[in-house]
Design a protein around this ligand. Structure first.
Ligand code: GRF
Length: 218
């Protein structure tokens, strides 16, 4: 069983979805949870599951010591010797050197259909842009923010009466579905990165899920 480390900044609902998927057979082990904020609710969740946690407090590093934060974060990660680093609502921009250190071994989830709406306030921006479809993306992390090879996306239809909150809620439901699916593909060694594309080695038994790409079983 491969070890993963989950990085969080806040409530940890994606962490919870991953923990619940592991409970029902996702073949990965969370060796540690790391937060850049001492108050992140996800730390308490990790404790409830008996998972080791570390805080690398971003606030303790002044802006001109950003490299120190990244060094401390890398030390905390390496302590768990993970096969994969899973960014789950981790709200820090990572340096190019940090990303290079874990190239091909770090995933992120983003609440939009990338490359649309990188950055913050994705649901508000989707409504302002008037798009008919919105969603979420799991991707490998590259040097550019919310970029990198896309692994799985799920689509949500935007309704006429949607608010930022209602849209966020439906997208979050999909986040909780596709992160465990992307992790399953990783655990099954089915992800092949070529340039900016991820090919998923075919599982002949798989049936397509609605509005989810690539083809996956649930
Ligand atoms: C999620 O929408 C994630 O995509 C974004 O931040 C939110 C974190 O939620 N990057 P949670 O902490 O997993 O509940």
């Amino acid at each position: 069983m491969q070890n993963i480390v989950v990085l969080i900044s806040g409530r940890g609902s994606n962490l919870r979805a991953i923990l619940e998927a592991i409970d029902v057979g996702l073949p990965l082990r969370i060796a540690g949870v790391i937060s850049d904020k001492p108050t992140a609710a996800g730390i308490e969740l990790a404790h409830r599951y008996g998972i080791a946690s570390r805080v690398v407090d971003h606030g303790a590093y002044p802006p001109d010591e950003r490299a120190g934060f990244h060094d401390a974060l890398a030390s905390a990660i390496d302590e768990f010797d993970p096969a994969l680093i899973v960014l789950a609502g981790f709200m820090r921009i990572l340096s190019a050197a940090f990303v290079a250190r874990y190239k091909g071994r770090m995933m992120n989830i983003h609440p939009s259909l990338l490359p649309a709406f990188p950055g913050l306030h994705t649901h508000r921006r989707a409504l302002e842009a008037g798009v008919k479809f919105h969603g979420c993306t799991v991707h490998f992390v590259s040097e550019t923010l919310d970029s990198g090879p896309i692994i799985v996306q799920a689509v949500v239809t935007v309704r006429d009466d949607d608010t930022e909150a209602s849209l966020a809620c439906r997208v979050l439901e999909q986040e909780h579905r596709i992160y465990p699916l992307a992790l399953r593909l990783f655990a099954e060694n089915r992800l092949r990165i070529t340039g900016n594309r991820v090919r998923v080695a075919v599982d002949e038994a798989a049936t397509p899920g609605p509005l989810t790409s690539p083809k996956l079983t649930t």
